[in-house]
Structures are given as structure tokens and as C-alpha cells.
Design a protein around this ligand. Structure first.
Ligand SMILES: Cc1ncc(COP(=O)(O)O)c(C=O)c1O
Length: 369
């Protein structure tokens, strides 16, 4: 059996015909930037997240970058994020202000509130938790910390469409949240796209102005901004796919349930711990497997099962951030997760026999049935 790490075809097939019709009508009307599909998607995605506003963008990276600018991030002050994330999180901070890091919790893989508390200085201006792999960070604790110190909280929800913290979906608990619709994401475009959600009308308006070169009237620019707009075709496909997002996330949870049940008793295997009341949306399904990672990956590859190591190098040990002077050992939980993590195939189109096959091959590797 050949099982790719990710196969988008079943999701694509569910919307392809309707999308092609929309492409035809949008092409006939020469509507390529902005327009009804974009404003409609903004309204629908805000409703989905339970936020008052959504600003459609070109990428999740710009969602973070514009969010930081709209929050009034000062260039000389720091924002604390997790070392166990995709580099875009760190880039958005370091290209706007100063990057600072605090370790993750070893069990949840998300930013540890106690590590953040220890890291705070008078230069700290914000906290940027990452809802890694589809599990929300410990928002109530981080919010409390931020409120005590007068800091802003900006969520990196790029991997967590629909994830929730005790009944509240991610996207609106801090000053706002960035989402990515990169093709591999739980809700994905047919190219690059992203969004910024918030309950704060002023911040939404700032992001809206920043995404379009700071324009506030026809060829009138209140400030310098960026070209961070979403294409109309991408908004059209996102609108179609949004209708399936809950169904697809439920299927991801069902697959995760089988993996957890079948592999949960293997002493050498650990999963991300889900705090009470949190809903994981399993952008990816990660195992920690001690020092067996490479041997397990090659055993699975021999059986036709494709896996990924996400992320093999934490942010502080990337050559890109060498100048910040971090050393191995600075963030031991992130480093250990990076050394031990292996991600199994996870997408709504996986069939039950495929899930069963993956689980039994992982189990067989560890000497089980
Ligand atoms: C955690 C995280 N943050 C930010 C981004 C950036 O999103 P985009 O690729 O849409 O710019 C991604 C996307 O891969 C991500 O996974």
C-alpha cells in the first residue's frame, strides 16, 4: 500500500467543478482582485471563527506582520514566541521589531506560560503564541500574564482553523490572529492566501489599510503599507471549501482517535497532550518516539508510508538567527521535540484501511501487532 504524507485530491475534487464555474464567471467579469468573493469570504470566515472582523490577505506571514504593525509594535522592543514553529512566525517578528523566544511545554509543544513569565523584561511588548499542529496554546494563562504586564497577544493560528479553547474558537482572544491558507493547511487555497481575524474594529481597519499600500482614498496614502491583498480566485475557492471545514476537521479527529487508540499503549510513543476542554484540529499528527525516529521513518518508508519530520531544527538553532547568539541547550523542550518528532499521514481523504495500515506498521515496528 502506498500512502503519501499528504494527498489533497479528495478535498480538491469536492470543490473543483464549482470552482471552475466561478473562475469562468469571474474571468468574464474581469474580477481578479477584491470584489464580492473576497468580502463574502471575510464575512463567512469571521462568522466561522466567532470574531467581529476578518481581513483577507495574501498569506499567513503577512497576517502576522500586519497584525504586529497594527498592534503598534515598536521596533526596539521584543515579542516572545515559541522556538518550535515554522520560520514565518520568527520572520514576522524580527522584520517588525525584536525577536525573543521562550521554551515550549514538552507535553503540549506550545509556548509555556511559565517559561514566558521567566523571560519577560521591561523591553517585552507582546506575546505571540503558535497553535502548533492544530492545538491551541494555553491562551487563558498567556492572556492573564499579558494583562498583568500590559502586553499584547497575537495568535499564530496558521495551522489551527477551527481549533478551540474551552468552547471558544481561536482567532479572537488576543488583539487578533493570523491564519494561513497555504495549500497543505486544514482550510487551503489553490495557491498562497491568508487572513487576519480580530474583535477590535480599529486594529481590523489598520490591517485593511496596511494590506493595500496604506491607501485610505483613491490614490491617497495615509501611510506606507504593503501589497498583501488576497486574489479573487483564492477567495472563491476558500468560500467553497469553508463549507466543508468542520466535516474535514471531524475526519482528522477521527483518524487521530484511531492513531491514539492503536499506539497509545506503546511505552516509547508519546503524543501532544490536549489540555482539558481544548479541541485539536490535527493539521498534522505528531509522535515523539525517543531515539527511534529515523529507524521508524525508514521502516514506514519500506512499507510505502510517507512521513515527515516537522520541525527538525528549532528556530534558535537556525543559521538565519545565528546573530542572536542562542546556543544548543537554551530551549531544551523544543530541542528534544525537534529530535524525537515524526509526523504520520493525516488528511481527510485517508481511508479507514489506510489509517489502520499506518497504525499497524508503527505498532509492528515497536514489536506489537
Ligand atoms: C505556524 C505557521 N506560521 C506562519 C505560517 C506562514 O503562513 P504562509 O505560508 O501562509 O505565509 C505558517 C505556514 O506554513 C505556519 O505553519
Amino acid at each position: 500500500m502506498q500512502i503519501p504524507f499528504l494527498d489533497l485530491s479528495s478535498q480538491t475534487n469536492q470543490v473543483a467543478a464549482a470552482f471552475l464555474e466561478k473562475v469562468e464567471s469571474l474571468t468574464k467579469s474581469n474580477s481578479f482582485i477584491g470584489g464580492l468573493p473576497v468580502t463574502q469570504f471575510e464575512e463567512d470566515f469571521a462568522n466561522y471563527c466567532g470574531t467581529a472582523h476578518c481581513v483577507a490577505l495574501n498569506s499567513g506571514t503577512d497576517g502576522l506582520r500586519l497584525g504586529l504593525l497594527a498592534a503598534g509594535a515598536e521596533a526596539s522592543r521584543t515579542v516572545i514566541t515559541s522556538p518550535f514553529t515554522f520560520i514565518a512566525t520568527a520572520e514576522a517578528i524580527s522584520q517588525t521589531c525584536k525577536l525573543d523566544l521562550a521554551d515550549v511545554d514538552f507535553e503540549t509543544f506550545t509556548l509555556s506560560p511559565s517559561a514566558v513569565a521567566e523571560r519577560l523584561t521591561s523591553r517585552t511588548q507582546g506575546i505571540l503564541p503558535v497553535h502548533i499542529f492544530g492545538l491551541a496554546s494555553e491562551m487563558p494563562e498567556l492572556q492573564r500574564l499579558a494583562a498583568e504586564r500590559g502586553l499584547f497577544v497575537l495568535e499564530d493560528a496558521c495551522q489551527a482553523h477551527g481549533a478551540s479553547v474551552v468552547g471558544t474558537r481561536v482567532g479572537g482572544s488576543g488583539i487578533g490572529a493570523a491564519f494561513s491558507f497555504y495549500p497543505s493547511k486544514n482550510l487551503s487555497a489553490f495557491g498562497d492566501a491568508g487572513a487576519f481575524t480580530t474583535n477590535d474594529a480599529e486594529i481590523a481597519e489598520k490591517v485593511r489599510v496596511l494590506r493595500n499600500h496604506g491607501q485610505t482614498g483613491p490614490y491617497y496614502h495615509e501611510l506606507e503599507g504593503f501589497n498583501s491583498r488576497m486574489d479573487t480566485f483564492q477567495a472563491a475557492v476558500l468560500g467553497l471549501k469553508l463549507r466543508f471545514l468542520d466535516q474535514w476537521n471531524n475526519r482528522r479527529r477521527e483518524i487521530a482517535r484511531v492513531y491514539r487508540e492503536r499506539l497509545g499503549r506503546i511505552p516509547d510513543v508519546r503524543f501532544q497532550r490536549i489540555p482539558e476542554g481544548y479541541e485539536h484540529v490535527y493539521h498534522v499528527f505528531a509522535l515523539l518516539v525517543g531515539d527511534s525516529r529515523d529507524r521508524l521513518a525508514s521502516h514506514l518508508a519500506d512499507q510505502g508510508i510517507d512521513t515527515r519530520v516537522i520541525y527538525p531544527t528549532p528556530i534558535h538553532l537556525m543559521p538565519a538567527y545565528k546573530h542572536l547568539g542562542y546556543q544548543p541547550g537554551d530551549f531544551p523542550n523544543s530541542e528534544r521535540i525537534s529530535r524525537e518528532v515524526l509526523c504520520l499521514p493525516m488528511y481527510p481523504g485517508l481511508t479507514d484501511p489506510e489509517v489502520e495500515f499506518v497504525a499497524s506498521e508503527v505498532s509492528a515496528f515497536f514489536g506489537g501487532k
